[in-house]
Design a protein around this ligand. Structure first.
Ligand SMILES: C[S@@+](CC[C@H](N)C(=O)[O-])C[C@H]1O[C@@H](n2cnc3c(N)ncnc32)[C@H](O)[C@@H]1O
Length: 140
């Protein structure tokens, strides 16, 4: 299953970009990153049988094991792509939030979108390592 991060705003070079690279490079699943402008731009067409996760501080707070289980279930159900949407300064519009299969929160605090991108990259590495029985994640 393709893990497709669709993020508003340009990351350029800097510590957040280094973190994103560090974690995405470790993921054995196919990964794609699409950057959109802060507003507008064309959302890439979803693959058939895709699932959409919008990162949003008002969403569900899942533990890393729970996120891994969701990803594993979607993969095993034959989903071809999981899209992760990261908003810009104004967050997601109502339509994007309404259409998402899951609103995922990394706590109730509001994080800068570039940090949210780095945190997502780490959680995707962690979740896929859990599914591969890799010892990176320690529970408890
Ligand atoms: C600066 S925040 C936008 C905040 C905006 N005022 C709102 O109401 O959504 C930019 C993006 O970072 C992500 N983000 C920030 N904090 C988050 C959190 N606690 N959990 C999940 N995603 C978060 C979201 O995708 C958000 O759209």
């Amino acid at each position: 299953m393709l893990l497709h991060i669709i993020a508003r705003g340009r990351i350029g070079r800097g510590p957040e970009a280094d973190l994103v690279d560090r974690y995405l490079r470790r993921i054995a699943w196919p990964v794609r990153m699409t950057e959109l402008p802060d507003q507008g731009g064309r959302m890439p067409a979803p693959a058939p049988a895709s699932v959409t996760v919008a990162l949003d501080e008002r969403g569900e707070m899942l533990g890393s094991m729970e996120l891994a289980q969701r990803l594993g279930r979607w993969r095993d159900d034959g989903r071809r792509e999981c899209r992760f949407l990261i908003g810009a300064a104004d967050g997601h519009d109502q339509q994007a939030r309404g259409e998402a299969d899951l609103l995922l929160a990394f706590g109730r605090a509001t994080w800068p979108h570039l940090l949210a991108r780095a945190m997502l990259a780490e959680q995707l590495w962690r979740a896929t390592s859990i599914l591969a029985n890799h010892p990176y994640h320690r529970e408890g």
